[in-house]
Design a protein around this ligand. Structure first.
Ligand code: 5GP
Length: 116
């Protein structure tokens, strides 16, 4: 039977390596393998919610936790004052490649708006 784990579940399960900067009982935060900014982190829930539009009421606490952890990590990485961007790519037009909900945290350079 084919391995149906997402790449992020494999990182969670330590089947493939990642540079992990935060872990708790509900989420994992690690450096993106293809950084789009000097600091590019991915914050991933340990349970698989495919994307934001697949989340429901039972995910409310988890979603709040992810946002709070993103701010905590940004502070720890030193971007509270300079600023940073949090992005969730949802579906094909949103640029989603991995069907496992994740927040991108981008920092370390002035980011343009609107995004490409
Ligand atoms: P998406 O396009 O789905 O929003 O973002 C997926 C992200 O996962 C991309 O930024 C991509 O570079 C990152 N990524 C894909 N495979 C790996 C991997 O094996 N390790 C790490 N650390 N990041 C990955």
């Amino acid at each position: 039977m084919a391995d149906e784990k997402t790449i992020f579940e494999k990182i969670r399960d330590r089947e493939i390596p990642a540079d992990i900067v935060h872990e708790d009982d509900r989420c994992l935060c690690f450096r993106d393998i293809s950084p789009q900014a000097p600091t590019h982190l991915l914050l991933v829930p340990k349970t698989v919610v495919p994307r934001l539009t697949a989340a429901d009421e039972s995910d409310r606490d988890l979603l709040g936790h992810l946002l709070l952890v993103s701010a905590e990590v940004a502070r720890k990485e030193g971007f509270e004052e300079s600023g940073y961007r949090v992005v969730i790519n949802n579906g094909p037009d949103g640029g989603e490649e991995v069907p496992h909900l994740h927040l991108h945290l981008l920092a370390g350079r002035r980011l343009s708006w609107p995004p490409g």
